[in-house]
Structures are given as structure tokens and as C-alpha cells.
Design a protein around this ligand. Structure first.
Ligand SMILES: [Zn+2]
Length: 101
């Protein structure tokens, strides 16, 4: 469950974990193996005041299968509850080696 609160009017909204999708945005080789970085985003317009809200969640997996670190950025909203990061790591996202930039 993810919960955000409108910074303008204070209304809070919740989203199921399944409503966001973590995409692999990078990976690095480190001493214990591969480190993967994932990013997911929620965008929502407040139903009460029309304020546009956005929250970005970043997650690092290192070593593979283990939660290492997470952080988030929020715009126009306050994050009350972060996604269940563990859940995403257990789902073993498919490696996407063709999309390295
Ligand atoms: Zn609002």
C-alpha cells in the first residue's frame, strides 16, 4: 500500500502496490555481484483541489534478491506510506539487458 497526501488541501489517497511498476533503471557490478536500481512513479491529480501530485520511488537491490536502500521524491504531496519494496524484489523482475543506456 502506498499513501500520499495532497499538500494543498490535505486529502490523502492510497494505492495498491500493484498499481505501480518498478522498472530497472540501471545496474552495476560490485564486489558481491550485481546491484540493480529500480524506479517507480505515481502521478495523480487531487480530486478535491486539482493539485497535481507526483511521487517517485527509487529502490536498490544488492546483492540480487536483497533490499539495499530506497528513497523517494515527492512533488505537491507528502508520502505517508511507501510501497512494500520487499514485495517487488521477491517477484524477480525480468532482467532487461538490452535497455542499458
Ligand atoms: Zn488537494
Amino acid at each position: 500500500m502506498i499513501r500520499i497526501k495532497c499538500k494543498k488541501c490535505g486529502t490523502d489517497y492510497s494505492f495498491e502496490d500493484s498499481e505501480i511498476e518498478f522498472e530497472c533503471v540501471g545496474s552495476d557490478e560490485r564486489s558481491m555481484g550485481t546491484e540493480n536500481a529500480y524506479s517507480a512513479e505515481i502521478e495523480y491529480d487531487c480530486e478535491k483541489c486539482g493539485n497535481s501530485m507526483r511521487a517517485q520511488f527509487d529502490l536498490w537491490e544488492y546483492p540480487i534478491g536483497a533490499y539495499n536502500y530506497s528513497e523517494y521524491l515527492s512533488f505537491g504531496c507528502t508520502v505517508l506510506e511507501e510501497p512494500n519494496y520487499w514485495k517487488y524484489l521477491q517477484e524477480e523482475p525480468e532482467p532487461d539487458e538490452d535497455e542499458q543506456q
